[in-house]
Design a protein around this ligand. Sequence first.
Ligand SMILES: NC(=O)c1ccc[n+]([C@@H]2O[C@H](COP(=O)([O-])OP(=O)(O)OC[C@H]3O[C@@H](n4cnc5c(N)ncnc54)[C@H](OP(=O)(O)O)[C@@H]3O)[C@@H](O)[C@H]2O)c1
Length: 280
Amino acid sequence: MTNTKIALAPTVTLANGVELPRIGLGTWPMNDAEAAVCVARAIQLGYRHVDTAEAYGNEAGVGEGVRTSGVARNEIFVTSKFQKKWHSVAGVRAACEASLKRLGLEHIDLYLIHWPNPDQNRYVEAFQGLVEVLKAGLVRSIGVSNFKPAHLQKLFDAGFVPHVNQIQIDPYRRRDDVAALDAAKGIVTESWSPIDRAGPMLSEPAVRAAAEGHGRTQAQIVLRWHVEHGYVPVPKSSDPTRQAQNLNVFDFALTAAERAALDALDRPDPHMFDSDVFGH
Ligand SMILES: NC(=O)c1ccc[n+]([C@@H]2O[C@H](COP(=O)([O-])OP(=O)(O)OC[C@H]3O[C@@H](n4cnc5c(N)ncnc54)[C@H](OP(=O)(O)O)[C@@H]3O)[C@@H](O)[C@H]2O)c1
């Protein structure tokens, strides 16, 4: 147990009343052994939200970290996601039961369709499967990941509105179209790779200047940008110092000019996975 004391992140209320902590710990590409250690330590530092997926192959480690953290299970929010082979009502139930078994937990707090896989065209059926596991009490909230407006529209047309849409979004990839549609429908946008995997974005002059101005790290500036846009970032770090820094962004605010300077980093055609062609 560390002596560092960090305030818990505030929460945002999902459309069904469930409280989602506004920063989570990403766990890809940790393996089970690393996840068990890093998740337990992150929770002891103050994290109350952990992001995993069937595809990461680390649900057992994440569950172990949650169970050994010393913090009550009902104070921790665990997200997982399922693969495209489960895109059917019965498939989602089977995927969810298998995920719970690997995690060693009684329920998942947020369960997501990992990628829409429009070529397979079964994500509406998969969402019906999510509704069923929600009704059965296996999960507390449901959503999607990597859904673009056209994918979301097909869900809306079928009468479904996810609680969350987890997408790649950051100052280089503003994606205002997806974010605006999420907001209009009461869907919380989560950001994956929120600090662009510590790539060149963190060294942009606008990010450096704000970091110097506030006496914060460049990653903290970018994470604060997510929070101020109303997004819920899930930065991954295996390092306790960086984990602590990444969580500690709720006690300062960007100026309007700093935020505008980060907004202006948006690129017309950024490198990113296109969920119309990529998925698993
Ligand atoms: N839904 C999806 O399709 C999808 C896709 C990709 C990822 N995700 C989720 O999103 C999470 C985060 O995305 P990501 O891991 O791709 O990228 P990220 O969180 O933007 O960046 C993680 C990288 O940045 C480093 N880092 C972390 N904090 C730092 C800091 N304060 N200063 C400098 N470097 C720092 C980490 O190294 P250290 O560990 O050494 O600190 C790691 O190499 C994943 O772990 C996963 O849970 C979801």
